[in-house]
Each structure stands twice: as C-alpha cells, then as structure tokens.
Design a protein around this ligand. Structure first.
Ligand code: SAM
Ligand code: 2KA
Ligand code: SF4
Ligand code: MG
Length: 242
C-alpha cells in the first residue's frame, strides 16, 4: 500500500544542479512523469524503455538500498524522477528520512502539489521552457510557490529553468520576473543527451555555458540570478546513475 515505483537508487555522488550544487548526496529516482519533454535526459523513467528496472518499494526497502550503496557516508538524499510529485506515498520515505536526520532535496517541474513538499529541505521547482514542447500551468505554479512561501523559511524553495535557445531564455526571464523573491537559477541545456563522446560533449556544453553567461551579463533585467552548468555532465557525460 505504501509503496512507490523506484527506477534507481544511486550515490554517493554530488548534486550536479541548482541551489545545492556540489552537495554530497544519494539519489532516489522514481518512475513516471506527467510531462514528456523533448530533451528529457531521464526519459527512461517514463517512455517505457526502463520498464524492467522499476521496483515497487516501501520506505524501509528504499532506506536499506540507500544504506547498501552509501553505508554511513551520507546525510543528504535527493529525490528526482520522473516526477516524484505524482507519488502521494513518498510521504513514508520522507518521514523515515526525517527520523534518520537525513536532509532531503527534491526535483520536480511544478505541475503537481503534495502536502509532503512542506517536509522537503531543498525543493527545486523547474518549470519547462518552450523547447521542451510542454505548456506551463501557471495556476499550479502560483499555488505551489504560494504554499511554500507560507512556511516561514523552514525549507528552501528555488526555481531552475533549463535554457536551450533565445526563446527559452525569454521564458526564463518571464518566470523570474513573475516570482522575483524566489532564488532563481538558469541551467545550461544538454542537447546531446545520448552521446558517449564525452570530450565532444564537454566542449559543446562549455560553449553553451559561456553563451548563457554572456546573455545574463548583458541583460539589465536579470540581476539576482545564478547561472549554472549541469555539473555532473561535465564530469561524467551522459552516464546514468551518477
Ligand atoms: C530529469 S528531471 C526530473 C525531475 C522533474 N521531472 C523536473 O523536470 O524537474 C531533473 C532536472 O533535469 C533537467 N533536465 C532534463 N533534461 C535535461 C537536459 N537535456 N539538459 C539539461 N537539464 C535537463 C530538468 O529540467 C530538471 O530540472
Ligand atoms: N549528479 C547528479 N545530479 C543531479 N541533479 C539532478 C539530477 C536529476 O536527474 O534530477 C541529477 C543526476 O542525475 N545526477
Ligand atoms: S518533467 Fe522532468 S522527468 Fe518529466 S519529461 Fe520533463 S525533464 Fe523529464
Ligand atoms: Mg539528471
């Protein structure tokens, strides 16, 4: 009853994205997404290609798997997907991690609310720009960010928009200007999320990072923002489970 579909458990690694970039962390990746972004680097969570990897697990089983990979060497767990916000039952894992004094990060796109968001220490909301092919439900986003704001800084919420082109950049700007008080991150988009040619990929990603930095430097409307690479791709390329 209290199970959730888990795609992979991995780590220790570093958080490669967003507000806690560089943080040593374990990952739990859930299966299933309500979106289908054209450039999704984790499409195996929802496109059927990873179906054999899905395990229905309860909180204690997930904890045992985290410990089997991470031993006593972790104090932070990041939950991603897919969209973990589809899973009401993640409350059991989140409560268990709290009991174990583990800090919790979570990645979601801002299309669905769960009451257990209030127990996440570092919540990253990543609305999707036009290049994804997805349409942002700003009513849902307003509601989610409004509820998080009411929590008196018990937890940190940030916005992270992935940018592939000028249209995405303008979308990112619009999102930031709509929610100016929320810490805002621009992230380099990885256009080639299948290649195994790491050198070529790193060269491309560095160029894209410079392009994005230059745009922000020249833009008087974007002031209090952070521009970040997807750090793990610069180290491990498109490898899964890192
Ligand atoms: C795979 S998603 C899973 C969590 C949730 N579904 C979401 O999109 O926020 C995790 C993060 O990876 C980002 N991402 C996915 N594909 C990417 C790509 N090709 N380049 C850069 N970031 C990407 C997403 O925008 C999101 O911020
Ligand atoms: N190292 C590392 N950092 C990440 N940050 C967000 C990730 C994700 O796929 O959600 C991710 C990931 O897959 N690996
Ligand atoms: S919302 Fe996240 S997991 Fe879902 S398709 Fe988009 S990037 Fe992939
Ligand atoms: Mg990823």
């Amino acid at each position: 009853m209290s199970k959730v579909p888990v795609m992979e458990v991995f780590g220790p690694t570093i958080q490669g994205e967003g507000m806690v970039i560089g943080q040593k962390t374990m990952f739990v990746r859930t299966a299933g997404c309500d979106y289908s972004c054209s450039w999704c680097d984790s499409s195996f969570t929802w496109d059927g290609t990873g179906i054999d990897l899905i395990k229905q697990m309860d909180a204690e089983e997930i904890w045992a798997e985290l410990v089997s990979h991470g031993g006593e060497g972790f104090s932070f767990v990041t939950i991603s997907g897919g969209n973990p916000a589809l899973l009401k039952n993640l409350s059991y894992l989140i409560n268990l991690l709290k009991e174990k004094k583990i800090k919790i990060g979570l990645e979601t796109q801002g299309s669905k609310w769960q009451d257990w968001f209030l127990n996440i220490d570092e919540l990253t909301i990543s609305p999707k720009p036009p290049s994804s092919g997805m349409e942002t439900d700003f009513n849902a986003l307003d509601m989610i960010l409004g509820k998080m704001k009411a929590t008196d800084n018990r937890n940190q919420t940030s916005l992270k928009v992935v940018v592939f082109n000028d249209e995405d950049y303008n979308y990112a700007k619009m999102v930031h200007l709509r929610y100016p008080e929320i810490p805002f991150f621009l992230q380099v988009g990885n256009e080639d999320n299948k290649t195994t040619d790491d050198q070529m990929l790193i060269n491309e990603l560095l160029k894209k990072y410079e392009w994005l930095i230059n745009k922000v430097m020249a833009d008087d409307e974007l002031k209090d923002v952070k521009v970040l690479p997807q750090l793990h791709t610069y180290i491990w390329g498109n490898k899964r489970g890192v």
